[in-house]
Design a protein around this ligand. Structure first.
Ligand code: HDD
Length: 693
């Protein structure tokens, strides 16, 4: 066995379990610290006899293995986390006394977990789904969890509907499928009977629900929260995360293929970026407003199915989030991290949003179920990094136990009596007045379900609108019951006529249904908002994107080195895709190593591709279906394609030689290599899609 170092779990002197690097020269032990002599064979009566129950080494090993799994999250089961920090750009003392926002330049440690909602823990990364964007800030006055999504609105207005929504979205209970997708009867049945979901449906049918990477998506706190300053004055606030990398999504056909080619596409992307030192960043933006705005705004600021357009309340950027460290252990950190919306700190408070109020119960409750003990805050990823003193004690797995005799207060033990409450510093709820009869009603102010759905739709570029229609047709094509499909179209008629007609045609409906009864007939004609489109908020460069270079033996050495140079100066990555994983020899006989073998590295894994073959190489690949798919898929997914003259036969075999357009760039020299990279900054050549039927 080699003497290399590896990570292991060790008990520290204080008894706490922590990770440290151990050497393979260390002796293997049981959990009790007893040295193990033989880890290959159980204890048995004679070489061929039965295993003895007495074998405590084997029993401990199997016992522990049997208990390795904990319940997966009921939603957001599949996720990926990383560490980083939040840096405050300016002091916000006038708005909030939250310690994290007091000092310009202050850095606060954070842990972030991204996730998909519907799929199980082992599902793929690219279903059409909302992405979770949960941030735990370890502030000096306690942990603040901002548990958001990559979409600023939600399906429902009241937490009491959450179990119904989730039941309808996940696998159907009798058959246990479909996995990680909403393209089935139960989901659309529920949605078609829940008009409040229509705004969210426009968002989830848009390309927002198939992001290219966690790094290229926005995040939102969704609800209206409160800021409270040192003088007790409160303002309302909505939180936004804006990726410095720009927005980018994949196309649906690509998503379907990525799930097969690399189900870990998003987690691998985040891991690679961070481990290579290309740390993703988001800026924290605030929409700040007061009661007067809330009163005059067209919608209720407590309704989580609505946004406040940035044109009405601009987003003020106040800090940045940088992810710069991957986890040491997936289970210890990403799986055991426990976000709770109730985790707020002095200076931040809840609003009366009924969805948020319900969440505040659900998260704490679910952590107890998942992690098995009220002591889940003792797990390092959940523990605050500021001092903690309280009288809560015992319970399963109590690790940090209070010292001393007094475990209650008030007490008269003087200095040894433990911590005391502190009205000057402690958390005080904002004293908003509340009155009214106890009642189960939905406020009238929550009743307009279509105006913002329409606003979202008309804010998209034509190609994005097309994708929304395509997505609806795809999803509804998987719905067996025709009346459900019709009911969805009846809602679309209240959003956009053209969209509804297109979807109805695509579904083969004989006639248009009647528009759904709008709960509030007085729909508003809201103006378009550019911030709602992905394409209008795309990247300004190709930094952090990946180019797949399909190469064969004899590929032009000078063009490859030009491509290396231009990609490097742009901050883009290149990966060579070759007939064999051993790599290729270029025209100068130099060995170029490959990142992927062709059938393991389809073009869906890249943001742009270059076909850099020799003539003979192109001839050989022309008869190889995965190589043809590499080219034809890149074309179908509107990617920029760089190619050399010698690649002609492969382009012909892929059926695109006759269709070469402005998104296909002939690379002959330094200038054209540069030109190719510049074109890539547009991310996709969408013009091409207009020609597809
Ligand atoms: Fe939730 C997890 C985001 C509504 C109940 N939710 C969870 C996670 C995110 C969100 C990002 C994963 C956290 C992690 O990575 O561990 N949830 C949202 C947003 C919502 C929302 C943005 C609406 C604005 N959620 C919501 C409601 C309820 C829940 C209305 C229940 C009434 N959510 C949960 C949960 C989960 C959860 C069951 C599952 C695992 C967990 O909490 O830790 O409690």
């Amino acid at each position: 066995m080699s003497k290399s170092s590896k990570k292991g779990a060790t008990l520290g002197q204080g008894g706490e379990l922590h990770q440290q690097t151990v050497n393979t020269e260390e002796t293997l032990t049981t959990q009790q610290g007893v040295p193990v002599a033989d880890d290959q064979n159980s204890l048995r009566a004679g070489p061929r006899g039965p295993t003895l129950l007495e074998d405590q080494v084997m029993r401990e090993k199997i016992f522990h293995f049997d208990h390795e799994r904990i319940p997966e999250r009921v939603v957001h089961a599949r996720g990926y986390g990383a560490h980083g920090y939040f840096e405050t750009y300016e002091s916000l003392t006038d708005l909030t006394c939250a310690d994290i926002f007091q000092r310009k330049g202050e850095k606060t440690p954070v842990f972030v977990r991204f996730s998909t909602v519907a799929g199980n823990k082992g599902s793929a990364d690219l279903p059409r789904d909302v992405r979770g964007f949960a941030v735990k800030f370890y502030t000096k006055e306690g942990n603040w969890d901002l548990v958001g999504n990559n979409i600023p609105v939600f399906f429902i207005q009241d937490a009491i509907k959450f179990p119904d929504l989730v039941h309808a979205a996940k696998q159907e209970p009798d058959r246990g499928f479909p996995q990680a997708q909403t393209a089935h009867d139960n989901f659309w049945d529920f949605i078609s009977l829940t008009p409040e979901s229509m705004n969210m449906i426009m968002w989830t049918m848009s390309d927002r629900a198939i992001p290219r990477s966690f790094r290229f998506m926005e995040g939102f706190g969704v609800h209206t929260f409160r800021f409270v300053n040192g003088g007790g004055k409160s303002t309302f606030v909505k939180f936004h995360w804006k990726p410095k990398q720009g927005l980018q999504s994949v196309v649906w056909n690509e998503a379907l293929k990525i799930n097969g080619a690399d189900p870990d596409f998003h987690r691998r992307d985040l891991w690679d970026a961070i481990t290579m030192g290309d740390y993703p960043e988001w800026e924290l933006g605030l929409q700040i407003f007061d009661e007067t705005f809330a009163e005059k705004f067209d919608f209720d600021v407590l309704d989580a199915t609505k946004i406040i357009p940035e044109e009405e309340i601009p987003v003020k950027v106040v800090g940045r989030l940088v992810l710069d460290r991957v986890v040491d252990n997936f289970f210890a950190e990403t799986e055991q991290v426990a976000f709770c919306t109730q985790n707020i700190v002095p200076g931040i408070d809840h609003s009366d949003d009924p969805l948020l109020q319900g969440r505040n119960f659900s998260y704490l409750d679910t952590q107890l179920k998942r992690l098995g003990s009220p002591n889940f805050t003792h797990i390092p990823v959940n523990a605050p990094k500021c001092p903690m003193h309280h009288f809560q004690q015992d319970g399963h797995m109590a690790i940090h136990n209070p010292k001393g005799r007094a475990n209650y207060e008030p007490n008269s033990w003087g200095k040894e009596g433990g911590p005391r409450e502190n009205p000057a510093k402690g958390f005080v709820s904002y004293g908003a007045s509340v009155n009214g009869p106890k009642t189960r009603v939905r406020s009238e102010t929550f009743a307009d379900h279509y105006s913002q759905a329409r606003q979202f739709y008309i804010s998209q570029t034509p190609i994005e609108q097309k994708h929304i229609g395509d997505a609806l047709m795809f999803e509804l094509s998987k719905v067996e019951r025709e009346e459900i499909r019709e009911r969805v179209v009846s809602h679309l008629l209240n959003i956009d006529d053209e969209l509804a007609k297109r979807v109805a045609r695509g579904l083969g409906l004989d006639k248009l249904p009647k528009p759904a009864d709008a709960a509030k007939p007085t729909q508003k004609n809201l103006p378009a908002s550019d911030k709602l489109s992905i394409i209008k908020n795309g990247p300004k460069n190709f930094k952090g994107r990946k180019i797949g270079i399909l190469m064969t033996d004899g590929a032009a050495a000078d063009i490859f080195s030009e491509m290396e140079k231009v990609a490097k100066s742009e901050g883009a990555l290149i990966e060579v895709v070759a007939p064999q994983i051993g790599g290729v020899k270029n025209s100068k006989g130099k060995k170029i190593s490959a990142g992927q073998k062709i059938d393991g590295g389809p073009s869906v894994l890249y943001d742009a591709v270059v076909i850099l073959t020799s003539k003979e190489g192109a001839e050989n690949l022309a008869g190889f279906p995965p190589a043809k798919d590499f080219v034809s898929d890149a074309f179908a997914h509107c990617k920029f394609i760089g190619f050399v003259k010698d690649a002609k036969m492969l382009l012909e075999a892929a059926g695109i030689a006759e269709k070469v357009d402005e998104g296909c760039v002939l690379i002959e020299d330094k200038k054209s290599a540069n030109n190719f990279i510049k074109r890539c900054r547009e991310v996709r050549f969408w013009e091409r899609e207009k020609n597809f039927s």
